[in-house]
Design a protein around this ligand. Structure first.
Ligand code: NAD
Length: 329
């Protein structure tokens, strides 16, 4: 499909699906053929705004497209995606890929059989503040991640681990190149009957340890990552778009990019801490993600978050959720 205009549709045009629709309408490599939502009034209104068509069924939309974004509530991802993949359409599925590992595995297998692409909307992977860390090629030994959000009804159809924490699990798995070895977890229900606050401690095969905490019972939003490794400490504020790196160097001249260098003494010799603020290039992460999907279908790029990566993040999330349930009872 190289150089072909990809005919695209969106299924589910609620809070996030409207933005998928808007971006596809503006992408030069894609042609937005239409949208579908079970809420027909909503579908008509979003279609009007984006100069596209509201289809009356998923099947009729699928007859006109090469690929779709699936932006329905998570419990419907598997059934909708199965319908699309059976019709040999490439699918971009919002995160989490599905609500169960069995469903994710079934979709991956089906996509392989039908020769179509599954991409998953773990958008934080494209957060400019996280991308700013790339040149440092980090190999973390300890990672701390915190994600807090005020309560909203949207997303409460799944526990906080599948709604919020899964973003950080995906980031974690992309930063640590080693299999998960052990997980300990605890959590609480505060506002819903499901888990609203979760904490997990994950140890990887290479010895790296991560502590991740997510809550949807917060006054203000927080999304912070701290990365520690020998001679380096980095903080990433995904919300403010701020990345700061502290590195140990032998001599101030060793790091011309450092904004400040502060001396310290260890084991009888003087060393320096260099402080750097790598440039965070403001980009629209959703636009980049959808462009990557279209270019991946055209064979010009590879998916940043594959179906397998979405499935692997879900596997860890499900294990954390199960451990929390065991811990509560
Ligand atoms: P939403 O409730 O605002 O919108 C969902 C839309 O889907 C609604 O318009 C609803 O009418 C429609 N719908 C429901 N069932 C359908 C079906 N079977 N077929 C077609 N349409 C259907 O939800 P939202 O906040 O937009 O979330 C949608 C998905 O996006 C969820 O999976 C959520 O986890 C994910 N999400 C991801 C991020 C992110 O950061 N990547 C952020 C928000 C939401």
């Amino acid at each position: 499909m190289r150089n072909e205009l990809i005919k695209i549709g969106v299924i589910g045009v609620g809070h996030l699906g409207q933005h998928h629709t808007k971006h596809y309408a503006a992408l030069s490599d894609a042609s937005l053929m239409g949208i579908y939502d079970i809420d027909t009034d909503r579908a008509e209104s979003i279609a009007r705004k984006n100069n596209t068509k509201a289809f009356s069924s998923i099947e009729s939309l699928l007859e006109t497209v090469d690929a779709v974004s699936i932006v329905t509530p998570t419990p419907f991802h598997a059934d909708v995606a199965e319908l699309c993949i059976m019709a040999k359409k490439h699918v971009f599925i919002e995160k989490p890929i599905t609500k169960s590992l069995e469903e994710a595995d079934r979709l991956l297998l089906l996509a392989k059989e039908k020769g179509v692409l599954i991409q998953v909307g773990h958008i934080e992977r494209l957060n400019p503040a996280l991308l700013a860390l790339q040149p440092y090629n980090v190999q973390p030994k300890f990672i701390e991640i915190q994600r807090l959000a005020p309560y909203t009804a949207r997303g409460t159809d799944v526990p906080v681990v599948l709604d919020l924490m899964i973003h950080d699990i995906d980031i974690l798995l992309s930063l640590v190149n080693s299999p998960v070895k052990t997980i300990r977890a605890s959590g609480l229900s505060i506002l819903t009957d499901s888990v609203d606050i979760a904490h997990a401690r994950i140890r990887f095969g290479n010895g790296t340890v991560a502590s991740i905490m997510s809550s949807r019972v917060a006054k203000d939003k927080v999304r912070k990552i701290k990365v520690f490794q020998r001679d380096l400490y980095a903080t990433i504020d995904l919300l403010l778009g701020l990345t700061e790196v502290y590195k140990v160097i032998g001599n101030p001249d060793d790091d011309p990019d450092a904004l400040i260098t502060a001396p310290f003494e260890y084991d009888g010799s003087e060393r320096f801490i260099a402080y750097e603020k790598p440039p965070v290039v403001p980009e629209d992460a959703l636009q980049m993600e959808l462009m990557n999907f279209i270019k991946s279908i055209r064979g010009q790029e590879t998916p940043i978050v594959t179906g397998k990566a979405g499935r692997d993040a879900l596997e860890v999330a499900m294990e954390i959720q199960q451990l929390i349930i065991q811990d509560i009872h």
